[in-house]
Design a protein around this ligand. Structure first.
Ligand code: HEM
Ligand SMILES: Nc1nc2c(c(=O)[nH]1)N[C@H]1C(S)=C(S)[C@@H](COP(=O)(O)O)O[C@H]1N2
Ligand SMILES: [Mo]
Length: 455
């Protein structure tokens, strides 16, 4: 064991630097793929690519375990090297905490089915917080430490010296203890904040203007980061503290024009659930469609005795019920205690008269692209709803209005937005996201009944 550790620690300066480089690339890939995973924008463009991107993110994420563990094996030695550099110690701890935090929350997000929505919610909050705070921190450090900054400042001082510019690489190739120390110095100057005046013993005094220029670039980098990432961060904080009223503002700008507006039942207004807790992320794989009385209709057809088409005026007159339920997305967010008002699916099916050959209920979105399906048996659940209102108000177009499906016991990719057609079919149907790799079994961990998918 001791021998093994010693072997690992041999040539430690060089190893530290290579861990640093590997880890930097891993973080770059994770940051880019992670930021593409948040964006609703990329959902529309990527399609199946989003599922691959998620796998890339998870695999590279898990690979990050290697440099972290490797570093920890070398840490005690590095720590001694940092004896007199408190800021570098602080920086090392911050970066390690970020990496470990991303790893743990990422693994919980990856295993959302095992952990269930409560854990996913917490993990997503942490994962996002680390991203919004940690990423700017890391970007700031890497930009203000890039080689071109160092090289150009060196050039300004000592253009003729050929030795000087290569000192880093030369040191790092060495394996002797002396070289390791030099490498550690180089490493720490790579990864940490350090007064510009402080330098390795082999570097000559630098003239004043160079410092000013470097300080300027650093502040500029800081300002650019604040300006570009600041607004997103602020709105993220706002959402999580629920100090935004985004559904109200969605309704104010709602492109749907459907008259008359549905009138809420007593149980919806005020909502018996007390008002939804949490924040919907607007997900769509198409541009958001909008409807008016002229182009909206709702139909039920296929293997039914009485196929039917409603226009809006007829549809708002159908008897509605009210339910309170939670809404969970596989990417980790939930909205609790939604008071939905709408038409029970079971009721609609009974009215239409299901033919015995019917095997599945297929749902179509008015976006023309998104579909999903459940089996006839699953469709007997009482809480599946063709929803028309949320918390006593019409559903805004962003959230699938005028009419969306709600299947509370399954993950929300089953809850088709802009629902306008229900077809009964004699076989199974693979939905939009299932076709692109999502699990055909969408049951929530805590679902009260888990009626199997295929008979
Ligand atoms: C530099 C480190 C990392 C960064 C910057 C990062 C960033 C992100 C971001 C921005 C998201 C989107 C979250 C959202 O929708 O709000 C995300 C999602 C996710 N990350 Fe990471 N991440 C990192 C490391 C990891 C690691 C180590 C894992 C571990 C396996 C991981 C696993 C996941 C998973 C499973 C998701 C959910 C994907 C989905 O269902 O959409 N991440 N990450
Ligand atoms: N038509 C349509 N319905 C959809 C989706 C979609 O992209 N298009 N996304 C699904 C997914 S993955 C989720 S989590 C929920 C999101 O609902 P929201 O956008 O109202 O928050 O809608 C589901 N229904
Ligand atoms: Mo979702």
């Amino acid at each position: 064991m001791k021998q093994w550790l010693e072997n690992i620690r041999k040539g430690y300066g060089k190893k530290l630097l290579s861990i640093h480089a590997w880890n930097a690339w891993i973080v770059v890939i994770l940051a880019i793929s992670g930021l593409m995973l948040v964006g609703g924008f990329w959902r529309e463009i990527l399609g199946i690519g989003r599922v691959w991107l998620k796998w890339l993110h998870i695999i590279v994420g898990l690979a990050m375990l290697a440099p972290v563990v490797y570093y920890l094996l070398l840490a005690s030695k590095h720590w001694k090297q940092l004896r007199n550099r408190p800021w570098q110690k602080v920086n090392t701890i911050i970066v390690l905490a970020l990496l470990v935090g991303w790893l743990i929350s990422g693994i919980v997000l990856w295993q959302f089915k095992l952990t269930g929505p409560r854990w996913s919610n917490a993990a997503l909050l942490i994962h996002d917080l680390l991203t919004w705070v940690g990423l700017p921190y890391i970007i700031y450090h890497s930009i203000t430490r890039t080689k071109w900054l160092k090289d150009s400042s060196r050039r300004a001082v000592k253009a003729s010296s050929s030795l000087e510019g290569t000192s880093h690489t030369a040191d790092l190739a060495g394996t002797s203890d002396e070289n390791a120390t030099a490498a550690a110095t180089a490493l720490s100057s790579l990864g940490t904040e350090r007064a510009s005046g402080e330098k390795s013993p082999d570097q000559p005094e630098k003239p004043q203007p160079v410092y000013t220029r470097r300080a300027f670039i650093r502040s500029a980098v800081g300002v650019v980061l604040v300006v570009t990432l600041g607004p997103t961060f602020v709105s993220w904080v706002g959402r999580n503290l629920s100090i935004d009223n985004s559904i109200d503002s969605m309704l104010e700008n709602d492109p749907n024009r459907l008259n008359p507006l549905p009138q809420p039942a007593a149980a919806s207004s005020p909502p018996i659930g007390g008002g939804a807790e949490g924040h919907f992320r607007v997900y769509t794989v198409t541009p958001i469609p909008s409807f008016s009385n002229e182009n909206w209709s709702f139909r039920i057809d296929g293997l039914v005795e009485r196929a039917q088409v409603w226009n809006w005026e007829q549809f708002v007159k159908l008897a509605r019920t009210v339910q309170v339920s939670d809404f969970h997305c596989v990417t980790g967010w939930s909205v609790y205690k939604n008071t939905w008002e709408g038409i029970s699916l079971k009721q609609l099916l009974t009215q239409a008269g299901v033919k015995p050959e019917a095997h599945s209920v297929k749902f179509y979105s008015g976006d023309g692209v998104y579909t999903d399906a459940i089996t006839m048996d699953q469709a007997q659940m009482d809480d599946i709803m063709v929803a028309v209102m949320h918390d006593g108000k019409p559903i805004p177009a962003d959230l699938g209005g005028p009419v969306r499906l709600v299947i509370p016991q399954m993950y929300a990719y089953k809850s088709v937005k802009w629902l306008n057609r229900i077809e009964l079919i004699d076989s199974e149907h693979i939905g939009y996201w299932e076709e692109r790799g999502y699990d055909k079994d969408a049951w929530l961990t805590g679902a009260s009944q888990r009626i199997p998918n295929i008979s």
